[in-house]
Design a protein around this ligand. Structure first.
Ligand code: MN
Length: 498
């Protein structure tokens, strides 16, 4: 399922009323059109903004927002009150609206025209109080939405709109996302379990299981020619470890890995899946745990979760959509082991194999090593260090009565030493505000050991997405104090107790 923002639209909807007369409303339309043109011309927004004529009545609002919900490439609605728009005319339409909404609290002019301002100007430019009337009705309806405040030409405003657009694109994708599971969860593991019916209700995506035999049947149709071509791609794109090359002693391992990748890719393409899980405990018919296959499929935008972790497979897919076109990289991740040196405390993140090369810094090596668990043949994997820079880890867990998002901002750092014997891709990071606070907060929140790790996204992307899903969102960052965080958890239990 490739990711493409080009057909997507965000509708720009301006509220007003008939009170001001046709001349003023004509001006409102012209100003809205100019704002839309300005936003599109800024080059700062990844999704096209589409102008819609000013809304003056309850009936017009209902009709337009219903259209937004039924137009398949409309991923969200930006609302703006140029003038005062009595908000009872928005009640029914907003109650029914399913599409994500962003209230842009801006005004056409940036500055007050001190020497020329008169009552005509005041009648036309009423965003400051028109936006408050609109805000009241949204809050009265308990509508979760983004509110962006500032002048429409301000790059900071563009940044917030772009973030919301990326979250809305991921939300749009999530409504039709299909997650395939090869095998079940890793046996006895708690956090990878969850309510798949509730997940479809809250996130839109569907999760269904397939027998390994279904995948093996596809694999049996893979031709030797296809395998040879993919092995050549591996040799072209990565630094092959000695023995993996054609004619080498371990070339059969590479061929097997290529065959597995071709089979999974075909299975996902044929079934229209955007994410998948596997587990080392259910590999009947596969000679290796998919390593390089999962790594390369993630790099192509597929979501992946190991050990049957469908919630993080879907989350990684959504994060991939949010980060589309950005250059930092996003991967499935696991908090693996700690560095408790007081001078440079950190977390080494990795997995048995499946880390996405989109986060790789520099060269990517292709190697084969024993796995140590699962009792299968040695799997081929890509090995690299992650890039340094601002990053985050995100998790979604099922608390029984709700889904909970937890995000921790981190600084990804270059490992201070080579790790010559570590045969897996890895990232090293310093969590915010510090390792003891971050890890304690994460553990109090019940955050999973699996995460989506991204060098492209900010907490705001995930918070916007959580608001679209209507789920709980917890942030651990530089401002986190453990005591307040624990209180937030307690209060949220009360807030979600139904
Ligand atoms: Mn794991």
């Amino acid at each position: 399922m490739s990711i493409d923002f080009s057909p997507l639209e965000v509708w720009f909807v301006t509220g007003s009323q008939h009170l001001y007369g046709p001349e003023t409303l004509k001006q409102v339309d012209a100003d809205s059109q100019q704002i839309v043109d300005g936003l599109n011309a800024s080059g700062n927004l990844p999704v096209k903004v589409v102008f819609k004529p000013v809304l003056k009545t309850t009936e017009e609002v209902i009709k337009l927002l219903a259209e937004a919900d039924t137009t398949s490439n409309c991923i969200g609605v930006v609302t703006w009150m140029h003038t005062f728009s009595p908000a009872k005319m928005w009640v029914r339409a907003l109650s029914a609206l399913k599409a994500p909404m962003c209230h842009l609290h801006t005004q056409f002019n940036r500055d007050i025209p001190w020497s020329s301002i008169d009552m005509d100007f005041m009648n036309l430019n009423q965003s400051a109080h028109g936006g408050r009337e609109f805000g009241f009705i949204c809050s009265r309806l308990r509508k979760r939405r983004k509110v962006v405040v500032g002048h429409w030409e301000d790059a900071r405003v563009h940044g917030q709109l772009a973030t919301w657009q990326r979250a809305a694109a991921a939300w749009h994708d999530s409504q039709n996302l299909k997650v395939a599971r090869f095998g079940d969860n890793m046996r006895f593991v708690a956090v990878t379990e969850g309510d798949k019916v509730e997940a479809e209700l809250k996130f839109g995506y569907s999760v269904n299981g397939y027998g390994l035999g279904d995948l093996v049947a596809v694999m049996n149709d893979v031709t030797d020619k296809e395998v040879d071509q993919l092995c050549k791609t591996y040799a072209d794109e990565y630094e092959l470890a000695s023995g993996l090359e054609t004619g080498g002693a371990k070339n059969d391992s590479l061929k097997t890995a290529a065959k597995i990748e071709l089979a999974i890719r075909r299975f996902l393409e044929d079934g229209g899946f955007g994410a998948y899980t596997d587990t080392f405990e259910n590999l009947t018919g596969l000679d290796q745990l998919p390593g390089i296959a999962s790594q390369r499929l993630m790099a192509d935008g597929y979501g992946f979760g190991a050990e049957g972790d469908w919630k993080h497979a879907a989350l990684v897919r959504s994060m991939k959509v949010m980060a589309h076109g950005l250059s930092g990289g996003t991967s499935f991740m696991e908090d693996y082991t700690y560095h408790f040196d007081p001078n440079s405390p950190g977390v080494l993140g990795s997995h048995m194999l499946e880390i996405c090369p989109s986060i790789a810094n520099g060269k990517v090596k292709c190697e084969v090593h024993p796995l140590g668990i699962g009792g299968k043949a040695d799997p081929v994997r890509l090995v690299f260090d992650a890039k340094a820079g601002p990053a985050l880890n995100a998790t979604v867990v099922d608390m029984g009565n709700r889904f909970r998002f937890v995000v921790n901002t981190v600084t990804s750092v270059t490992p201070p030493h080579d790790l010559p014997k570590l045969p897996v891709a890895r990232a090293l990071w310093e969590p915010h505000p510090d390792l003891p606070t971050a890890a304690a907060a994460w553990i109090h929140a019940g955050g999973a050991h699996h995460t989506g790790f991204s060098l492209d996204l900010t907490p705001e992307h995930l918070e916007d997405f959580a608001d679209m899903a209507g789920i709980e969102f917890l942030l651990i960052d530089q401002d986190t104090k453990l005591r307040s965080f624990k209180q937030e958890l307690l209060w949220n239990d009360a807030a979600y107790a139904h």
